[in-house]
Ligand binder design. Structure first.
Ligand code: IPE
Ligand code: IPE
Ligand code: MG
Length: 255
């Protein structure tokens, strides 16, 4: 394949990722570099979320998963945790109508156990209102941890086996996948992390098995459409093998 050099051609490139995951990192560093409080970095990060959603929809990406709050982020100071909860609530209240108008389907993955009642209700409302939309699926990973998700799936399988509903010998990778939050969502093809850190930090641990990883040096509040296009161009140059010998884009999904 001729490498795609013009971002405008990305749309027609056959290897546009179907599912992009983003580890939105660097809000604090963005703020620190400007002598601003961390909250300001998170607030500006929400604007980057809006840009990412719009650009992904425009470019024809089917699934965009944004890592918004990890299971481990509870260890931050209580004020910052409160700020992040508040920003998610505000984002849903302010943006839900607009997302709906953009034909975006919203899904939230993660544990709802420790969340405030009003936040849980808002998450449910966002999923219900947009449930029949047919454009971009925006997956928000909130109070999400990949290891916890896999442990939960194992627990569900164990309970079903104990009840005699399934034969333990029949448990395989596909069955475990079917018990994750993402059961009906294809695996990510591309995972982007901003801010230079090169790790997954418990994001989509199972699903990322064959994802291409792209690390962008900019901080999340500076993320925009050209940054997404840059990541897509890098993705376009990768040879995906899935353990085989030939380059076979989307070989795992057969599509
Ligand atoms: C990402 O920015 C937002 C969340 C993790 C919720 P950070 O808050 O991690 O910013 P840095 O990594 O401290 O710069
Ligand atoms: C990962 O970023 C979590 C989110 C982006 C929500 P962190 O900033 O929490 O990750 P570490 O602590 O640097 O690994
Ligand atoms: Mg960080």
């Amino acid at each position: 394949m001729t490498p795609v050099t013009d971002p405008r051609k990305i749309q027609s490139s056959f290897d546009l990722p179907r599912h992009v995951g983003i580890i939105m990192d660097g809000n604090g560093r963005w703020a620190a570099a400007r002598s601003l409080p961390r909250f300001e970095g998170h607030r500006r990060g929400v604007e980057a979320v809006r840009r990412a959603v719009r650009a992904s929809g425009d470019l024809g990406i089917s699934y965009l998963t944004l890592y918004a709050f990890s299971s481990e982020n509870w260890s931050r100071p209580p004020q910052e945790v409160d700020d992040l909860m508040g920003l998610l609530k505000r984002f849903i209240r302010l943006d839900l109508a607009d997302l709906h108008k953009q034909n975006v389907r919203v899904r939230i993955i993660g544990s709802r156990d420790n969340l405030a009642t009003d936040l849980k209700a808002l998450l449910q409302e966002a999923e219900e209102i947009t449930g029949n939309n047919t454009g971009l699926t925006l997956v928000i990973a909130f109070n999400y941890g990949g290891r916890q998700e896999i442990a939960e799936a194992a627990k569900k399988l164990a309970v079903r086996a104990a009840r005699g509903e399934i034969d333990p010998q029949s448990i395989d990778a596909a069955m475990l996948s079917d018990h994750l939050y993402t059961a009906d969502i294809p695996d990510p093809d591309l995972i982007i992390r901003t801010s230079g850190e090169q790790r997954l930090s418990n994001f989509l641990m199972w699903q990322a098995a064959y994802a291409e990883l792209v690390f962008l040096p900019l901080h999340w509040p500076d993320f925009d459409r050209p940054a997404l296009e840059d990541a897509l161009l890098q993705y376009g140059t990768r040879e995906r093998r899935f353990g085989g010998l030939t380059s076979a884009p989307n070989a795992m999904t057969g599509s």
